[in-house]
Each structure stands twice: as structure tokens, then as C-alpha cells.
Design a protein around this ligand. Structure first.
Ligand SMILES: [Zn+2]
Length: 115
């Protein structure tokens, strides 16, 4: 479980942004999490809750918003794309295994909203 590390990283980033912009309270933080990224949303939320309780006024009331990015795989053989979660590594169009993930593995901070 590396979600705690991820949360610490996010909090550090948010604190930096708050400092730069002289924000005293953060209303919400929006994260983009790919469908097949290794970050598990439930753990992420638990870690977030646990972490912000120990933090300053800045993050005490901050809401965590998680936006899922669907996982899509591209097939080299037939040049088509398909849902990774549904079909895995084998292309449903031509049964080729010459495929690679084009999105769905990301994890990033999309938005930080001040109160
Ligand atoms: Zn194919």
C-alpha cells in the first residue's frame, strides 16, 4: 500500500501552491486517477482523511475529489483502441497481443480550489 506516500506527496504540493498564492484555506483538491493506475481510491480516501486531520487549518476541511480516467489500449495490428479493463492485453478486434496502454495509468493533481 503506497497510497499514504501518494497522499503525502499531494499534501506537500497543495501546501506549496497555498504558500505561493497566500491561501489560508483549501476548499477542495481534485485528483485524476487512471482506471488501471496502482492507486486504489478507497485507500487513497482513508489515507487522505487520516493525514489531513493531523494537518494545519489549511487542509482540515479540504474535500478530496477523485476523477477517474478510463483505461484505453491501442492495438498495433489493426490500429484500433479498446477498453483495457474489459479486454486486457488481447485486442478484441483482431486477437492480437501487440497492444499497449495509451491512457488510464495516470495520477495527477488536476485542480486546487481555494475557499
Ligand atoms: Zn487489433
Amino acid at each position: 500500500m503506497h497510497e499514504l506516500g501518494v497522499v503525502f506527496h499531494v499534501i506537500k504540493k497543495v501546501e506549496e501552491v497555498a504558500k505561493e498564492n497566500e491561501l489560508t484555506e483549501i476548499k477542495s483538491v481534485t485528483l485524476e486517477v487512471g482506471e488501471v493506475s496502482t492507486v486504489i481510491e478507497d485507500y487513497l480516501r482513508k489515507c487522505w482523511k487520516w493525514s489531513i486531520e493531523k494537518k494545519s487549518e489549511l487542509l482540515k476541511e479540504t474535500e478530496l475529489i477523485v476523477e477517474k480516467i478510463p483505461a484505453i489500449t491501442y492495438c498495433e495490428e489493426c490500429k484500433q483502441t479498446y477498453s483495457t479493463v474489459e479486454y486486457g492485453k488481447i485486442c478484441p478486434h483482431c486477437k492480437s497481443a501487440e497492444t499497449y496502454l495509451i491512457q488510464g495509468n495516470e495520477f495527477s493533481i488536476k485542480e486546487i480550489e481555494a475557499r
